[in-house]
Write a protein of this length. Structure first.
Length: 363
């Protein structure tokens, strides 16, 4: 890495760190004002409150990071322009586009990081925080990892599950009832187990009672009992049960949203449009970091001599219009007015093109 790149990255990293920290604190304080009474009434220990907010942060980063990037790029470039440093660098033979490479790479790096957070960290943490607050507000001691009375209907496999307790972390089940149906919807076989475990990619039932049925769904013979057995022929995985628990798109990754639609052939067109729009939006959301960076570069360069306030006002206005456009197109996609892919990606392409044109005009 060249000396000039390190210098530009240092100029960007300081305001970016302050912006990220400030917006995270604002988000935490805003949420604390909403839930402080609940914490006090429940007598929640400080350690649990800190755990709650540590798990809340990943779910708000998708909104925080683009704004922080925009303001940091805007501030650093305005300072470089105000102090004539950009002019001096260009006078030394370095092209403007070469100078902007570190800023663009930072935007791309945050895009990759946000994709990882959105797919691996944020959905599970958002679900945990929601369940935790439900437990706090109900003033009950509830394990947020345990889901009670959880059903699952596998339409393609013609199987109906009912689980008394399902642990979304260990995938352990308690009180399992599984009914396999024939093509005519008559019962074929029924399993009642005290517990079930996911081991080596297979479901193993413990203390199982097995009842076979004839074509009229009448019991055929006496029930059999087994202390431990593998249930063969099942294609359900723990992810299928978790997807059913987290049916709200806010708690699902992009891959889970797509799998949710693919495994449910009887969903209505409106429901399919809603989930596919969320799927494309989830994939497109991290690219907001690149768009925010490209919007901040020309604004910071042009307003450096005119005052920071004008630049901040213009950049925040652009980002506000960008988020309004995202919400508008998402609404159209979920309503079935436009294809889900267009709804999820078009705002990015529009503002990306705007940013690239603004960069081209900076020469």
């Amino acid at each position: 890495m060249k000396l000039i790149d390190r210098y530009l990255l240092r100029k960007l990293s300081v305001p970016l760190s302050f912006c990220l920290l400030a917006f995270i604190m604002i988000s935490v304080v805003h949420d604390l004002f909403d839930h402080l009474d609940d914490f006090i009434q429940d007598g929640t220990p400080l350690s649990e409150i800190l755990l709650y907010y540590s798990r809340l942060v990943p779910s708000v980063l998708a909104l925080i990071v683009p704004i922080a990037l925009l303001l940091a790029v805007l501030y650093s470039l305005s300072q470089l322009t105000k102090n004539n440093e950009l002019t001096a660098m260009r006078a030394s033979g370095v092209s403007l586009y070469r100078l902007l490479i570190p800023f663009v790479l930072v935007g791309l790096g945050f895009t990759a990081g946000m994709y990882y957070v959105n797919e691996r960290i944020a959905p599970d943490n958002a679900y945990w925080c929601d369940q935790y607050m439900r437990a706090i507000k109900s003033h009950e001691t509830v394990d947020v990892d345990i889901v009670k009375n959880h059903p699952l209907k596998n339409e393609m496999g013609r199987r109906n599950w009912m689980i008394t307790e399902f642990n979304v972390v260990t995938f352990e089940m308690r009180g399992v009832n599984l009914i396999q149906e024939r093509e005519d919807s008559s019962y074929e076989i029924e399993y009642d187990a005290k517990a079930a475990s996911w081991l080596d990619g297979k479901w193993w039932f413990r203390d199982v009672t097995i009842q076979v049925y004839d074509e009229s769904s009448n019991p055929r013979g006496r029930p059999r009992e087994r202390p431990f057995m593998e249930i063969v022929g099942l294609n359900e995985t723990p992810k299928d049960f978790i997807n059913e628990v987290k049916y709200d798109p806010r708690y699902m990754t992009a891959s889970e949203l797509l799998n949710f639609v693919r495994t449910r052939p009887n969903l209505t067109e409106r429901t399919v449009a809603r989930y596919l729009t969320d799927y494309h939006y989830r994939l497109a959301l991290p690219w907001t970091c690149v768009v925010a960076t490209l919007l901040g570069i020309p604004v910071g360069s042009h307003t450096g001599r005119k005052g920071a306030f004008l630049g901040v006002l213009l950049a925040v206005s652009l980002l506000f219009v960008y988020y309004v456009a995202i919400s508008f197109f998402i609404h159209l996609g979920k309503s079935g007015v436009i294809p889900p892919g267009v709804a999820g990606w078009l705002p990015n392409f529009i503002f990306l093109a705007f940013g690239l044109v603004s960069l081209y005009r900076m020469r």
